[in-house]
Structure formats: C-alpha cells, structure tokens
Design a binder for this molecule. Structure first.
Ligand SMILES: CC(C)(COP(=O)(O)OP(=O)(O)OC[C@H]1O[C@@H](n2cnc3c(N)ncnc32)[C@H](O)[C@@H]1OP(=O)(O)O)[C@@H](O)C(=O)NCCC(=O)NCCS
Length: 288
C-alpha cells in the first residue's frame, strides 16, 4: 500500500508518539504537541492506510533550518519512506529560503542524508549524570535564576554560539524563574564594561531537553550542576557536547558525567558561522 506524507495535526500527536514509543525511539509526545502548535515547526506524518508509519519535523530558525524526528515503523522500513520524509522536510525548508539545513544522524539515517547531499561537520558526544538532591550544596554562587528580562541577552549569546536564530524557540519556552544563567555581574567574576552580560544559560524546554550555552567550561559546569539540583535524584540529565570541545568534555567527565552515545552533525548548504565549543545542551536533536 502506498504511503501518503501530510502535515501532522493535533489528532496525530498521540498515535505518532505511540509509534515512536513502540519503535523505542523515545517519548516524543510533549515535543510533537509543541511542534503542531509552533509556527516555525512543520511536523509531518507518513500514513499507510490509516496507520501512521513515519514522522519528520522541519523547523525554521530564520535562514537556517533543522530536520529531526525522522522515524519509520520497523515493518515499513527499507521501502524509501525515510528518504521520502527527509526530502519532504528538505523541500519545505528550501521553499522557506533556509540556506543551511542541519540534522543529527544515527548510523541508520546517515546513508539517506549523504545521498541527499548532507555532509558531516562535527560529532556529538552524549553525556549523562543522575539528578542531585534539590537541597544539595549550592556551589553555584555565580549562577542565578533566569528572568524574562534576560531573554534578549540569552538570544544574542545563543545566536553567537549556534550561528542560528533560535530566538523563536527561546521565546516560546522562556518562563520567569525557570532556568539558570551566569552573568558578568554575579559572584566575583565581574566583566568589565558595566551592566550584566549573560555568559551562559540553561533553560528547560518543557519536553526534557535543556538548551545550554556557556562561554567557558567552568560556566557550563555551574549551569549543568545547577540543573541537576532542580531535577531531584530520580531523573537523569542528558546533554551533549561537540567532540572538538576537548576541555569542556574533560571537565564534565572529571565531574562525574558519563559518555553515552555519539551521533554526527550534518549540514547541507552554506557553512555555519558558529562557536560549537560553547554548546553544552540541546532543545533536542531535531531542533539543535
Ligand atoms: C533511519 C530510518 C528512518 C530509515 O527509514 P527507511 O524507511 O528504512 O529509509 P529508506 O527506505 O528511505 O532508506 C533506507 C536506506 O537507509 C539505510 N538503512 C536503513 N535502515 C538501515 C539499517 N537498519 N542498517 C543499515 N542501513 C540502513 C540504507 O542505506 C537503506 O538503503 P537501502 O535499503 O537501499 O540499502 C529508519 O530506519 C528508522 O526509523 N530508524 C530508527 C530511527 C532513526 O535512526 N532515525 C534517523 C534519525 S537520524
């Protein structure tokens, strides 16, 4: 039976999430629920008969874009559906004038993306550490709670680090008091030039990921330790750094983080003007 690719609707969220759960591709319900409502996201499904057999999410970050959540149910694989979903997302992003399109590839997905002209620009190393007691020692004297008035500075730092305009996502998830920042005015490490300048942030996405940017490994450690304490002991934190960020990775490993998985960052189109060493956490691997 031929598959039809069409936009994901609110009614598709539960069955699409169930298909991914069955395929052991994680619990994506909260993210799909966000994606069907967020204007810059275009989630799509592949339907075979009346059954959802695959998903993809295309997201525009201004002049760049991301493709993620490429998934095909096991009984429908190797019939071209994964390629068709990826192409559909690519077309939408190219129509929206995205000049650089990114994704994170598993070994299974990589041949599809290579055939479509994507090239490897880096390798992510997944890291994990269990949560910490919420009343644990506060060694984060230089980190403080995120306030909505920090949002502009957070967006500027994020754009510097990623080379992308993800402000639409940061605005969508920003909540007063939720998340942590390190700024120049806090603690003893005052930057010259007056006014607080954000040196790092980590915000809760609402679906599990914590986009985290820091200009030094030390700030990254402060932020990630701070997040662990907001999660309590029963929930582990998962994040990833780029392989080339050797000092950042070493500091986190020395502090007790453990390496989990590896996946390649691939892009198609213009090179990014980014600072990958400042990236310590992701919205998820379909958004960056
Ligand atoms: C990756 C995935 C989406 C591919 O879906 P699909 O419908 O089988 O994809 P296509 O039929 O278009 O292309 C499959 C091609 O990818 C490669 N491929 C797919 N599954 C593979 C596997 N199990 N092992 C190795 N290569 C595989 C092959 O090159 C294959 O081409 P071939 O069959 O002609 O040799 C699917 O395997 C899947 O959902 N995997 C789990 C989730 C995942 O890894 N998603 C990718 C995230 S980047």
């Amino acid at each position: 039976m031929a598959a039809a690719i069409r936009p994901m609707t609110q009614r598709d969220v539960a069955p699409a999430a169930e298909a991914l759960l069955r395929g052991q591709w994680g619990d994506r319900r909260a993210f799909f629920d966000f994606a069907v409502r967020h204007p810059e996201c275009e989630p799509m499904v592949a339907e075979v008969g009346r059954t959802i057999a695959g998903t993809v999410v295309a997201t525009r970050h201004g002049f760049t874009g991301w493709i993620g959540l490429v998934f095909v149910s096991e009984d429908q694989r190797r019939a071209g559906l994964g390629s068709a979903l990826t192409k559909a997302a690519l077309e939408r992003l190219e129509q929206a004038a995205c000049r650089t399109i990114s994704l994170v590839a598993t070994d299974m997905g990589r041949p599809i993306y290579e055939r479509l002209g994507f090239e490897v620009v880096g390798r992510y190393i997944g890291l994990t550490r269990p949560g910490a007691p919420t009343d644990g020692d506060d060694d984060g004297a230089t980190a403080r709670a995120f306030h909505l008035r920090d949002l502009d500075a957070v967006c500027r730092l994020d754009a510097w680090a990623t080379g992308e305009d993800r402000s639409h996502l940061l605005q969508a998830i920003a909540l007063e008091g939720a998340g942590i920042v390190v700024d120049a005015a806090s603690g003893s490490r005052r930057l010259r030039g007056g006014g607080p300048r954000i040196r790092g942030f980590s915000l809760p996405s609402g679906w599990g990921g914590w986009p985290t940017i820091a200009t030094t490994p030390g700030d990254a450690l402060l932020l990630l330790e701070g997040i662990r304490r907001t999660r309590g002991t029963d929930r582990a934190l998962h994040n990833a750094v780029l392989e080339q960020n050797v000092p950042g990775r070493r500091l986190l490993l020395d502090a007790g983080w453990q390496e989990t998985w590896r996946g390649v960052r691939m892009i198609r189109g213009e090179p990014l003007d980014w600072h990958p060493d400042a990236i310590y956490g992701q919205f998820n691997f379909g958004l960056g």
